[in-house]
Design a protein around this ligand. Structure first.
Ligand code: IPD
Ligand code: CA
Ligand code: CA
Length: 279
């Protein structure tokens, strides 16, 4: 997978260069389109995705590409071969980007038969690059990340959360999540980029992260990186993590279990299931 990793890193940096240009120039409100009431897309999302798609077509024409703006494009691979799908968010954190905040990134993962094999998350305005090959230690800006130590206490833990774009029409579950965890933890944070949230967990800068109603391109790379550092990832109900459900409970060992107990005790999320993307 070293070849795939090198190419993914290269593509992420090239696409990151496009995003950095937009960040420095500023994004004029008139070029921002609305996919939904609060779900934005900019010309930079599209340019970044076009670049990644072009590079993937050049290097891996047999592989399928699933990217946020253009959807799924089947590769030319022979039937019966291990199904290789590149899962791409060309700009994760578009709302931040449109407002000039530096918390945004490019997220690229290669899934083989549904399992993440390679993941890269590159945040050009922060100069943060995370990468991982399954079975190996993840890297941050080229150096291996240390293993996350266990912690048992939620009261001394800093957690992150996110809210999907259904938060204006179905706010209840997000409000329940915030109310439940804000009284039991040292603090709750939100960056506005799911891929970065996972990567921040991989460095141990926060102890856990939870979100629902996401998409595989938000999660596939970041979860591989965080798991590589020793974080525990499941569905928010404690079941197996599947990026296509868009539901994630992530935490350092110990903290993940404490978060799950609180979710179960308070019925946060449990009675609400979202459809799985593309299934
Ligand atoms: C969004 C971000 C955000 C999360 C949203 C995602 P986008 O992705 O990851 O943190 O809360 O629900 O959809 O739209 O910026 O690519
Ligand atoms: Ca995203
Ligand atoms: Ca996006």
């Amino acid at each position: 997978m070293q070849n795939e990793l090198m190419i993914a890193l290269h593509m992420a940096r090239e696409a990151g260069g496009i995003l950095l240009e937009g960040h420095r120039l500023g994004v004029a409100p008139e070029v921002v389109e609305h996919k939904g009431a609060i779900d934005l897309v900019t010309p930079y999302d599209r340019r970044s995705e076009a670049l990644v798609r072009a590079r993937l077509a050049e290097h891996f024409p047999d592989d399928t590409v699933l990217a946020e703006e253009g959807g799924q494009t089947e590769g030319q691979g022979p039937e019966g071969a291990a199904r290789r799908v590149w899962c791409v968010d060309p700009l994760d954190g578009t709302t931040n980007f449109a407002h000039g905040l530096p918390f945004f990134c490019v997220s690229i993962a290669l899934l083989i038969d549904g399992e993440a094999a390679v993941g890269v998350v590159h945040a050009p305005a922060l100069d943060w690059t995370f990468s991982c090959v399954a079975g190996e230690a993840p890297r941050f800006n080229g150096s291996p990340l240390p293993r996350l130590a266990a912690r048992d206490d939620l009261g001394s833990s800093l957690l992150m959360f996110g809210c999907g774009y259904d938060r204006t029409t179905r706010p209840e579950r997000y409000l329940a999540m915030i109310a439940t965890f804000m009284t039991r933890t040292q603090g709750l944070r939100r960056t506005g980029s799911a891929a970065l949230d996972c990567c921040i967990c991989s460095r141990g800068q926060v102890d856990g992260y939870m979100e629902v109603n996401l998409h595989p391109w938000d999660l596939a790379a970041g979860v591989l990186i965080a798991r590589g550092a020793g974080a525990v990832a499941t569905d928010v109900d404690g079941g197996p993590f599947d990026p296509f459900t868009g539901r994630l409970l992530l935490g350092r060992p110990g903290v993940h279990g404490r978060m799950l107990e609180v979710i179960r005790e308070n019925d946060v999320f449990l009675h609400e299931k979202d459809g799985s993307y593309g299934r």
